[in-house]
Every structure is written in C-alpha cells, then in structure tokens.
Design a protein around this ligand. Structure first.
Ligand code: MG
Length: 328
C-alpha cells in the first residue's frame, strides 16, 4: 500500500472536495472530506494535511501537489516540495502548493477551436502510459458529439474502442505517444517521477501536433490537469523546455472540453490495445488497474515468464511488485 501526504491550502482542499464529489464517502472525525477513487483513498483534514493511500496514490496526489518520491515511500509531513528537483535560487516562482489560477482556461476556450491533451495508464500496474493530444476545429463539435465523444471514464472499453475507430475516419489531427514499460522503468530508476514523465509526454505530443496543424494555430491548449501547473513548468525546465503559448490546465477537463474528451478516448483506446498485446505476449489476460487481481496476475507472470518479465510488463515501483510475491 502506497501512501502520500501533502500539506495543502484550504481553498485547494475545497476544490478537491468539489472534484471528488462523485466519489465521496463518510469522513472520519476531524476530516473535511473522504473520497475513494480506483487508485486510492483520499482523506483531507482540517489541518490542511491530505492523505492519499492505496495502490497508486500518485495518480491523484500529483494533481494537487508534488511529492518527492514514488508511491512506496511516505512523504514527510512538510513534504510538499520536490526534494529531487529543488527550484534554483532566485527562480522560486509561485508557491507550489497553491493551484495557480493564471493557468485556468477562459470559459470561451471550450467553444473555440483548441487542442486537448489527456493520458491513460498512469494508475495501472501493467502496461504503458499513453498520451494523446487532439486538435478539434469548432466546426467539428456537433460531429464529435454525434459520435458519442465524452469523458472516457463514463464509457466502457468496448464503446471507447468503437468511438476511437470512428474518430479515425474524421479529419481530426492528433498525436499519440506511448511510453512502454521498459522505458518507464528506466526513467523511474533514473529518478524521474511519474509526473515528470507525463509532463514530457504531454509536451512532446502537443509539440508534434502544433507542427502537424501549422500554419493553423489553436485558440488555446488545454491539458487535463494531473499536477500543479508550476510543477509541470518546473519539470519542463529540468529538460530545457518551456511551456508553449496559451496552455491552460484544468482537473476533469474531459467533461468540459470536447478536445480533451477526444484525447481521453484516443489515449484510453491505445492503452487498451497495448494491454491486449501484452495479454497475448503473456498467454493470459492481463488485468487493468492496481487491485488484488493485478497482484495475482503479476505472480502468475513471474511463475510463467520469470522475474525478468516485470520490467517489460509492469511499472515496477508500484506496491503491486512486492505484493505479487505471495502469489509465486
Ligand atoms: Mg486525465
């Protein structure tokens, strides 16, 4: 079980409470709210301390604050700063624990021609991370709605596959990046957080898409927020990159922006295809997510293919690696 503790301002906690309203559960005494998502349980306390506990706590924690290490290691109580990447002196910028409203999208963006970017696979022990960026011209909004484009979390995998297939017949410029497990584990061992990997994948996907649609310029670029904008910018800087123009961030953006919704469908469909390939390779169905069924499947993988299969099939730093041991 991984655990991350963040110290967050109360306005951020109120924003979290609204974001997780669909997943809320009874809160313990002294808590502002509790919620359960597929990757972890979240409890926010009046002290400003927020606890993320579960199989993949970073999948949610990274959206709200930066934690210094992978999900196995608990963060010190005061640990909102990224210890591996301290900000250089004199470039402190905005406080990392405060969600920066300068990067919130203007409401007009949703109705204009824009790029949306989203990812899949980040909370799943098996399989890659996939990131899609999609440019939607406003003349295509009605067609996308007609095809059933909406938040992929509201759709079953077979519906996602069908809609993704339909989208391939629409003149919809997109770029799709897949970071397979071997690369993921290499970078993780080199000290990259999952947040940094996602940052660089989104950045490059957007870069490729901007080149593809040039000279057309989008009215804006919206990234489904998975960490604080300041952390995203800081990760870019560590690789000598800068935020493109007109980029905004928003949590649950796929329920407001058709471009992000299309990106969520294309990235999820790609993840599902990759999981099918891995299942074929393994000789049995590889489960999604990070549940106990996943621990069992990891045990089976080790029994049938040896431990050397783990870096090819899994995100090794997840707690599931250790839990697989009891199934060997
Ligand atoms: Mg997302």
């Amino acid at each position: 079980m991984g655990q991350i503790v963040l110290q967050l301002p109360l306005d951020t906690i109120q924003q979290m409470k609204a974001t997780y309203s669909r997943n809320e559960k009874p809160a313990p005494p002294g808590a502002i709210f509790s919620a359960k998502t597929p990757s972890c349980a979240i409890t926010a306390y009046k002290s400003g301390k927020v606890l993320f506990q579960g199989k993949a706590p970073e999948a949610e924690a990274d959206k709200w604050g930066s934690a210094p290490a992978g999900p196995k290691k608990p963060v010190p109580k005061s640990g909102v700063k990224d210890l591996k990447h301290p900000a250089p002196k004199g470039t402190a910028g905005p406080k990392p624990s405060v969600n920066d409203h300068r990067y919130a999208p203007a409401p007009a963006l949703f109705a204009s021609s824009h790029i949306g970017s989203d990812e899949a696979g980040t909370g799943d022990f098996f399989g890659p991370i996939t990131v899609a960026s999609v440019y939607v011209d406003q003349s295509q909004f009605a067609l996308l709605k007609e095809l059933g484009v909406k938040d992929s979390k509201l759709l079953k995998d077979d519906a996602i596959q069908r809609i993704a297939k339909d989208l391939m017949h629409v003149d919809l410029p997109y770029s799709l990046l897949v970071m397979r497990n071997e690369r993921y584990n290499q970078l993780q061992q080199r000290g990259w957080s999952q947040g940094k990997m996602k940052t660089m994948l989104h950045h490059h996907a957007i870069q490729k898409l901007l080149a593809k649609i040039a000279p057309t310029k989008p009215e804006g670029i919206l990234i489904d927020q998975f960490q604080l904008p300041s952390t995203y910018i800081k990760h870019l800087a560590t690789e000598g990159e800068r935020l493109q123009q007109n980029v905004s961030f928003m949590t649950k953006a796929e329920s407001h922006s058709l471009a992000v919704a299309a990106a969520s469908i294309i990235s999820r469909a790609s993840f599902v295809r990759e999981m099918d390939k891995l299942s074929k390779q393994a000789g049995f169905t590889i489960p999604k997510g990070a549940s106990a069924a996943v621990d069992q499947a990891a045990g089976r993988l080790i029994r049938t293919h040896g431990r050397q299969a783990l870096p090819v099939f899994t995100k090794m730093h997840f707690a599931n690696s250790a839990k697989a041991e009891k199934y060997i």
